[in-house]
Each structure stands twice: as structure tokens, then as C-alpha cells.
Design a protein around this ligand. Structure first.
Ligand code: GTP
Ligand code: MG
Length: 136
């Protein structure tokens, strides 16, 4: 069984989609939310989280957006949950995301794509340490 780090981005919170998105995740057979916190992220934590994107043209606006309001950070646990939550989310660009996916159903802007989910087991471990340092 796997664990993954999921963020409901500030647009999802502002648009009152927390319940909708968590509902989709929770309804998947056997998946559980095992840690959850609402908080506003600062530049320092975003620099860690998005370290791979520092220097890219979209990095500054991304940090600006991701610190523009509270996010919901959570750990989701279950069978193939790393691949699975990314599948539920859909591709990064919401216009390229199929209807039925979270980004496909609710997004239009690349930056404001509602949800983050770890992209590998290594990323999941790294990101869970950033957001939930107390977890074993
Ligand atoms: P995350 O789950 O948030 O990491 O999304 P991702 O894995 O689908 O995308 P990636 O890690 O490549 O990029 C991180 C975030 O930066 C994306 O979710 C977008 O919000 C934003 N982003 C990525 N690429 C672009 C881009 O080309 N233009 C813009 N404006 N934003 C981008
Ligand atoms: Mg990513």
C-alpha cells in the first residue's frame, strides 16, 4: 500500500470545492485520508515543495498563487494511490484534461489547476516530510 501527498490549491478552497475533491478521493475503494491540515503556505515552504521548478518562468507566479490563500494538505493512503490520485486529477493543463477528471471538470488555467499530487514514491516521501514532519 502507498501514501501520497495531496494539496487542494487556493483556487479549490476559494471555489468551495474541498468537499467535492476529497469526496472523489475518498470514494475510491480502500483509499483513506490519514492526515489533513488547512494552512496558508509561505515562500520558504513553497521553495522546498517546488524546488525542481525554481528558475522556470512560471515559478514566481506559481509561488504567488500558491501563497494567495489557504490550501488543504493531506496524506492519502491506499492501493496504487500515487498513480491513482494523479489519474483522478488529470493532466497539468486543465484544457487537456478529460471531463470526469478533477482538472478537466473544474479548471481552465494551467496555474490554477486545483490539486497537487506527488508524482512518484520518492516525491511522496519528500513532500510528506515537508508538510507532515511528525508522520513516521
Ligand atoms: P503539481 O501536482 O502541482 O506538481 O502539478 P503537476 O505535477 O501536474 O505539474 P508540475 O509539477 O510540472 O508543475 C507544478 C505546477 O506549476 C503545475 O501544477 C501548475 O500549477 C504550474 N505549471 C506547470 N507548468 C506550467 C506552465 O508551463 N505554465 C504555467 N503557467 N504554470 C505551470
Ligand atoms: Mg508536480
Amino acid at each position: 500500500t502507498q501514501r501520497t501527498l495531496v494539496l487542494l490549491k487556493p483556487d479549490a478552497v476559494r471555489r468551495h470545492l474541498i468537499g467535492e475533491i476529497i469526496g472523489r478521493i475518498e470514494r475510491k475503494a480502500g483509499w483513506s485520508v490519514t492526515a489533513l491540515e488547512m494552512r496558508t503556505l509561505d515562500r520558504a515552504i513553497l521553495e522546498q515543495h517546488y524546488a525542481e521548478h525554481i528558475g522556470r518562468p512560471f515559478y514566481e507566479p506559481l509561488v504567488e498563487f500558491m501563497s494567495s490563500g489557504p490550501v488543504v494538505a493531506m496524506v492519502v493512503e491506499g492501493e496504487r494511490v500515487i498513480e491513482g490520485v494523479r489519474q483522478l486529477a488529470g493532466p497539468t493543463d486543465p484544457i487537456a484534461a478529460a471531463p470526469g477528471s478533477i482538472r478537466g471538470d473544474y479548471g481552465t488555467i494551467v496555474r490554477e489547476n486545483l490539486i497537487h499530487a506527488s508524482d512518484s514514491e520518492e516525491s511522496a516521501i519528500r513532500e510528506m516530510k515537508i508538510f507532515f514532519p511528525g508522520l513516521s
